[in-house]
Design a protein around this ligand. Sequence first.
Ligand SMILES: [Fe+2]
Length: 289
Amino acid sequence: MKNIDLSNITDAAVQSFCALQNDRTRHLVQKLVASLHQYAKDVQLTHEEWRAALSFLHACSDISSESRSEFSLLSDVLGVSSLVDLLGGKPGATPGSVLGPFHSAGSPWLNNPAHLIGANEGVPVLFRGRVCDVQGKPLPFASIDYWQNANNGLYWQVDPQQPSDNLRCQLQVDADGMFEIATIRPVPYEIPTDGPVWRDLVQAAQRSSWRAAHAHIIVTAPGYARLVTELFDSEDPYLDADAVFGVREALVGTFKSTQDSALLSRHGMEGDNCLVMDVELRLSQTEYE
Ligand SMILES: [Fe+2]
């Protein structure tokens, strides 16, 4: 008979997973079990507190759906999503930032330069940039998946007033690694405030519900690590209080007015009403290359 007590329960639980076949999975699970046990010991977790935590997770599950993951939001507001992004960062490469809940595969492929403004209201802006490796060599075979919110703060998936695929695209950079995307200036928006993550954690802690304005971007190139990141507006009021810890200094750019008539005419824009943000996106080579 196994006599389980406080002195051996953690070892017993950890060892119970030793037959997991995949080495990495076994390591992840056993370490998680050991860390959870240590946490419970450290805080002297009570039965009532553990049941409250399970009720919270049940509430997260209840409000989640195919288009809404309260668990992703939980990961974001705990800073775990950003921590994982930072752990995956490589020296010299552009830092990653949260993917967020509004990426969906299958954005339309557009020619580069890309034009996304269409019927959208808002301030016309241009993201102009170059994709290169960590030494600064252009990567002409890179492609970009881009998405952002509309002037009302909403992404097209959650706003029936917007056409499908509004303000998102995929494109191929040119022979110099360059790309241009004419769009509207992204605006700040709130994380969902109708669920347990907001009610029981973020609001309860008197934290901000706002995300600093940003454009999402995924950059891929054969042989290089996939970069999932965000571009932030240096004039945004929420840069210091982003609810999901997504802001990195290297990802903050400044929109500047341009007098470049060739650039403006390429995008059907005029004079002073277009702002340009220049960005450089550096990719690190994958380790198995
Ligand atoms: Fe976003």
